[in-house]
Each structure stands twice: as C-alpha cells, then as structure tokens.
Design a protein around this ligand. Structure first.
Ligand SMILES: NC(=O)c1ccc[n+]([C@@H]2O[C@H](COP(=O)([O-])OP(=O)(O)OC[C@H]3O[C@@H](n4cnc5c(N)ncnc54)[C@H](OP(=O)(O)O)[C@@H]3O)[C@@H](O)[C@H]2O)c1
Length: 329
C-alpha cells in the first residue's frame, strides 16, 4: 500500500513523498482494518513538515491529523463495527491507503453523508465548537470578532455561532469573500485595515465585544484588541502570519484584555471518552444537516502528495485541499 511520509524537515513540496510499504495483515482481536477514503491537508500538517508544530515527530514520519475511512475487516473481538461502516479514526498518521485502528479509537459516522465533508470533522469543527463554548460565556445577541474568517475553522465558527444567535464580525485579508460568508450566516465581513476598530464600532453601534478569535498573530492581534471591550478575551489558535503577537500596554493594563491560547490536542487528551464521542456525534449530526459545511477546492491522489501540499500551502484558495488515498469516489 501507499503512504505519505517525510524523512527530513523542510519545504513541504520538497520533502514529502508517497512511498510503497508492505500491506497490513488481518486485524487481531479488537483491531479494525480501514480503507482511508479522504483526508484534508491542514495548516498544522504543513507546520509539522516544516518542523514548526507543537510536537516534533521522529523521522521518517507519517502525517495527517484526520481522515474518514471505511471498515474493511474487523478482529474477532470487535462487536460495534462491521465491514462497510464509515468511521472517524481518532488517532493520527492518516495520509495512508489503509490503517489498523483499535475499535476504542473509532467513531461510527452516518453512511449517507459526503465523505469529503466528514473527512474534515475531527479538527476544525471541534476547534470552533470548543473555542465558542469553553472560554467566554456568550449569549444570544452578543458579538464576537474573528480573523482568517474564510478558513475552514472560520466557516465553522460562523455556522456554530449562528446556531446560538451569536453575531460575528469576520475579518479577512482579501476582497470578494463577503457574499460566501454572509450566505452561511456571517453578520459583518470586513477586509483587515488600519481602520478596523472604527469600522467595527460604526457597524455594531459600538457593541461590547467580549471575544476575539485569532489565527493570524502578529499585528493583526493589535487591531483586534482595539475592537474589544474592557476585560475581553483574545483567543489565539493559529500562527498564520508566522509573527509573534503584538499588543500594547494600553490594551493589557488599562483595557485589561486577556490573551490566551487554544490547542485541540490537549483538549481531546483531557476529555473523557464519553465526552469525545458526544462531541463528534453532535458535530457529525450538524454536517449531516448541512449546518456545518466547508468548501473544497480540489482533491488529489496520494501519488500527487507534493502537488497537493504545495497547493494547500499556497493560500488564496476557495476551499480545502483533500487527499483521496484510494482514488476519487
Ligand atoms: N490550535 C488548534 O488546535 C487548531 C486547530 C485547527 C486549526 N488551527 C489553525 O487554524 C488556522 C486555520 O486552519 P484551517 O484549516 O481552517 O485553514 P484553511 O481552511 O486551510 O485556510 C487557511 C486560511 O488562512 C488564511 N491566511 C493564511 N495566511 C494568512 C495571513 N498571513 N493573514 C491572514 N490570513 C491568512 C487564508 O486566507 P486566504 O484565503 O486569503 O489565503 C485562509 O483563510 C490555522 O492556523 C491552523 O493551524 C489550529
């Protein structure tokens, strides 16, 4: 079978490769053998290849934080899954044609939903959900502001906030995104600029904004901070600009803004199995109802991994890049 792996850190389009490895044996006891149907390329995968992620893998390393898969064979002690089931593996190293997963690490997904959408279930919807629910208590009619709002996470934040009646100000870095984001429920879409705080004040009637969600860092945080009310929270979850976060002493001392960070991995590690299952069943149901939907720009075979990763790292995309390791479906 084929897998994607890299043997040294560096430019994703140069160091990642598709290699042949021996096929997997039949599953034992509680093991489940699955065919990987689809797996997205996330910015975290790119950071991982560049050696800039929160954990450093031993090399050569396989990649891919998430996928959707179809059960091929089950071990003799597996009761909850059968051949043909569509499943979410909770472990990593998903850019492969097949993998062996413990039945404890699999979540059964609906079989009538677009697998490409389900392939993006594990990381971004869960990130958006936890960031909305676990940091600042927002109620119907409250506002939040986010940047990189046209990203996968950004789409999920807009859709989940809308469900709760929370209004969103969505900052993007280029023109032409307002219609798409308003169609899924964005209240305000603004291109980032030096006048951001003034525009936000005018458009929200000087609302008290208690939460900013930031994936960019650098001086974008400075401008988000100027849009916020006193004692508001800035929740940083990405490093898209590659620059350290900037804030002023006025923001930290006199406005008493709170800066904190979000990383999904420790959240999932610290949640009980029941809570993790509850979270993903809830989010899968929202994908099933089309409440959560993230646009896709292109799918690639595993053999085209270099092209796919380069495409994904290039940005200005209309949607995610997805690998289909066993071919298109
Ligand atoms: N902390 C966590 O646990 C966690 C979990 C999930 C995701 N994340 C992070 O969330 C972020 C978004 O991930 P995703 O999968 O949703 O992304 P995505 O769908 O691949 O989209 C990438 C987005 O980043 C924007 N972007 C790239 N560089 C930028 C910059 N310098 N300034 C402003 N915007 C920029 C792109 O804008 P254009 O369309 O204009 O190119 C695009 O909207 C990433 O940083 C990722 O690492 C973190």
């Amino acid at each position: 079978m084929k897998v994607a792996q890299f043997a040294s850190f560096g430019s994703p389009a140069k160091v990642i490769e598709c290699v042949k490895v021996p096929d997997l044996n039949d599953p034992k006891d509680n093991e489940v053998l699955v065919d990987v149907l689809a797996c997205p390329i996330n910015p975290a995968d790119v950071l991982n290849i560049e050696g800039r992620y929160g954990v450093t893998p031993n090399l050569p390393a396989r990649l891919g934080a998430e996928c959707v898969a179809r059960v091929k064979k089950v071990g003799s002690a597996v009761d909850d899954f059968k051949e043909g089931d569509i499943v979410l593996p909770l472990d990593r190293e998903n850019w492969v044609q097949q993998k062996m997963v413990s039945d404890k690490n699999l979540i059964l997904l609906p079989s009538n939903v677009d697998p490409l959408q389900l392939s993006m279930l594990k990381v971004n919807p869960a990130t958006a959900y936890l960031m909305l629910k676990k940091y600042v208590s927002l109620k119907e009619g409250d506002w939040l502001i986010q940047d990189a709002a046209n990203s996968g996470v950004g789409h999920c934040i807009i859709s989940l906030a809308k469900l709760e009646g929370i209004k969103t100000i969505n900052v993007v870095r280029r023109k032409g995104l307002a219609d798409e984001l308003k169609n899924i429920g964005a209240n305000i879409v603004l291109e980032d600029s030096e006048n951001l705080a003034e525009e936000v004040r005018d458009l929200t009637n000087a609302a008290n904004i208690k939460l900013a969600i930031d994936a960019v860092g650098g001086n974008q945080v400075l401008r988000l901070g100027d849009c916020l009310a006193e004692e508001a929270t800035i929740l940083n979850y990405g490093l898209l600009s590659g620059k350290n976060i900037e804030m002023t002493s006025y923001q930290t001392v006199f406005k008493r803004l709170i800066l904190t960070g979000f990383w999904l991995m420790p959240w999932l590690q610290n949640m009980s199995r029941e809570k993790v299952f509850e979270l993903y069943n809830h989010l899968a149901a929202l994908i099933d109802k089309n409440i959560l939907y993230v646009p896709i720009e292109k799918t690639y075979n595993l053999e085209e991994i270099r092209k796919a990763v380069a495409h994904s790292a290039g940005y200005n995309r209309s949607g995610k890049i997805i690998l289909t390791p066993n071919g298109p479906f």
